[in-house]
Design a protein around this ligand. Structure first.
Ligand SMILES: Nc1ncnc2c1ncn2[C@@H]1O[C@H](COP(=O)(O)OP(=O)(O)OP(=O)(O)O)[C@@H](O)[C@H]1O
Ligand SMILES: [Mg+2]
Length: 276
């Protein structure tokens, strides 16, 4: 789906003028107190795209995600998300935007003294969802991420990959239009990283724009459909590949057989989209 509705991403004017863009950056600078984090970043993302943001540590990946969530604001240039320009954001509008964005943090940020289901329910409570719907939605997303059976556990009673799945469930529960995930596969073994990527694909199949960061070259090579490369706060490249096999195996890619050996078989087809 994602490759069908692409937008021009670079070049002056493209970011602001394309009506299909769900996220656009137009010559964006971000200056922290004593540190320039981003310089002249311009790109646009269409509804439903699956975008991979990559680059070395300190390049500015988390900063880009924070700007999209309007957790930070550009020092120069413009960021527009779902038609809302950062320059016109105020206290009243931020909650409206946040309802449309799910954020998976680099360090999970789960509430350690709350159960898995309470962590996920919290995201619904803050947007004022009625109790009956909270129960329904929490059950749905925990089933989708395969953790319904562990819903009463505390985060510390889960593996790293399971905690990441709780963080994704929490980000999905409000049915966001955009899912932002900051290094969702960091510190995970290839098989667990694969599960997380599969989950992101399912979210994307259901129509959500997925924008995630990684510095894992194998993930970029195997699944990078739209790849933004950032280095030293500057966007170095923005590429799309038409033919990305979403059934490819990260595990097989990482432990690839020697040249000339038979290629590993593709994994079986994924299940039906997570939510329609
Ligand atoms: N709150 C802050 N105050 C000052 N400087 C910051 C702040 N947050 C990030 N930086 C700096 O901005 C630059 C970009 O940081 P950012 O966190 O966006 O990088 P990153 O690509 O996400 O790195 P990593 O892969 O290590 O997570 C870095 O030089 C970092 O030190
Ligand atoms: Mg980061």
């Amino acid at each position: 789906m994602a490759s069908q509705n692409q937008v021009r991403s670079t070049g002056s004017g493209g970011a602001q003028s394309d009506p299909r863009a769900i996220i656009s950056f137009h010559h964006v600078d971000l200056q922290y107190d004593d540190q320039k984090a981003l310089a002249d970043v311009t790109f646009a993302v269409a509804n439903g795209e699956f975008v991979c943001l990559t680059g070395p540590s300190g390049a500015g990946k988390s900063s880009i995600l924070r700007l999209i969530a309007m957790d930070a604001f550009p020092t120069k240039g413009q960021v527009i998300v779902r038609g809302m320009p950062a320059s016109r954001m105020n206290r009243g509008r931020i909650p409206l935007l946040r309802r449309e964005i799910g954020f998976v943090f680099q360090d999970f940020r789960l509430l350690e003294d709350r159960s898995v289901e309470d962590n996920v329910a919290f995201a619904q409570l803050v947007v004022g969802q009625p109790h009956r719907l909270i129960v329904q939605n929490v059950t749905r997303v925990l089933t989708q991420v395969g953790l319904y059976d562990k819903r009463h556990r505390l985060p510390r009673q889960l593996s790293g990959g399971e905690q990441q799945r709780v963080a994704i469930a929490r980000a999905m529960v409000n049915s966001p239009k955009i899912l932002l995930a900051d290094e969702p596969t960091g510190n995970l073994d290839p098989a667990t990283a694969q599960e997380i990527i599969d989950l992101l694909f399912r979210v994307n199949d259901a129509g959500t724009c997925v924008f995630f960061s990684t510095h894992d070259h194998e993930i970029v090579k195997t699944f990078g459909q739209r790849v933004l490369v950032i280095e030293g706060g500057r966007l170095r490249s923005d590429e799309r590949r038409r033919a990305v096999d979403r059934r490819a195996s990260l595990v097989d890619h990482m432990y690839r057989a020697p040249e000339g050996a038979a290629a590993p078989a593709a994994r079986p087809a994924r299940r039906e989209p997570a939510h329609a």
